[in-house]
Design a protein around this ligand. Structure first.
Ligand SMILES: Nc1ncnc2c1ncn2[C@@H]1O[C@H](COP(=O)(O)OP(=O)(O)OP(=O)(O)O)[C@@H](O)[C@H]1O
Ligand SMILES: [Mg+2]
Length: 252
């Protein structure tokens, strides 16, 4: 099984109008089963667009997307993936706990199990004390953590994450990076992860995919093999070498 196959993907917004935008042009990308792939590139190069196309939230202008060997639309119906996007996208009228429970509800998980899972995920992101609060009562970074807990709660085969740690302080960010990696390793989850941070991409990924400015194209695909993904990994020479390689690919 292949987690994601993107082939000849092109996206034009507002086609035929004065404000037409060619956001993505002829993108090919394969994400292997259990692979962690980061997308990095300048603002506006189409990273979020690519993720939304994989999630079947928008339609391609040309090209195809398959998720778990199925057309993206079918994979969405079968809830093959969890999503955490740039905006937290929480439901304001639901408490934090009930936001995290939502995808479990959609899957018909029993109330007791839902609650136990949601509370465990909230513990993981450091929000156990806020389970009964509403999103409007939380800071931006806290809302983002709720969205991460919600995406992880169902342990989906594929995680799509769009700058999920952007709004977090450095320490929380590093803790959640480690948690994310251990969840992915335990569950064999495949991940497509958008970030603006070169070091974050290198630390987390099996492969860093570099995109060019609009129209977004893939210009480099850099394999990363750290000796370990922990403190020692962050100090390994290969970590710094890969950071340099990605930086140069972004400049090119
Ligand atoms: N719904 C839309 N309608 C029209 N144009 C859009 C739409 N969504 C995105 N675009 C355009 O497509 C291009 C790519 O946008 P996208 O959000 O994918 O960039 P990005 O790489 O995620 O940027 P950032 O790093 O700032 O989040 C931009 O030029 C944007 O203006
Ligand atoms: Mg974006």
């Amino acid at each position: 099984m292949t987690a994601v196959v993107v082939s000849g993907l092109t996206k034009v917004f507002n086609q035929g109008r004065g404000d037409e935008v060619l956001a993505l042009s002829e993108v090919d990308l394969t994400v292997g089963d259990g692979e962690f792939v980061s997308l990095i590139g300048p603002s506006g190069c189409g990273k979020s667009t690519l993720l939304r196309l994989i999630a079947d939230l928008i339609e391609p202008t040309a090209g195809t997307v398959t998720v778990a060997d199925r057309p993206a639309a079918q994979a969405r119906r079968e809830q093959e993936y969890g999503i955490a996007f740039q905006q937290a996208g929480l439901f304001e009228w639901r408490t934090v706990r009930r936001n995290v429970e939502l995808p479990l509800e959609l899957r018909g998980v029993s109330k007791a199990e839902r609650r136990a899972k949601a509370d465990r995920m909230l513990e993981l992101v450091g929000l156990a004390d806020f389970a009964g609060h509403y999103p409007g009562q939380l800071s931006g970074g806290m809302q983002q953590r709720v969205a991460i807990a919600r995406a992880l709660a169902v342990q989906p085969p594929l995680l799509l994450m769009d700058e999920p740690f952007g709004a977090l302080d450095e320490m929380t960010r590093e803790r959640l990076q480690s948690e994310l990696l251990s969840i992915c390793a335990k569950t064999g989850t495949s991940t497509v992860f958008v970030t603006h941070s070169i070091s974050e991409a290198v630390f987390l990924s099996d492969r860093v995919v570099v995109m060019s400015a609009r129209p977004g194209r893939i210009t480099a695909s850099i394999e990363v093999k750290l000796p370990s993904r922990d403190e020692a990994g962050r100090q390994a020479p290969v970590y710094f070498e890969k950071i340099t390689e990605v930086r140069q690919a972004l400049r090119a």
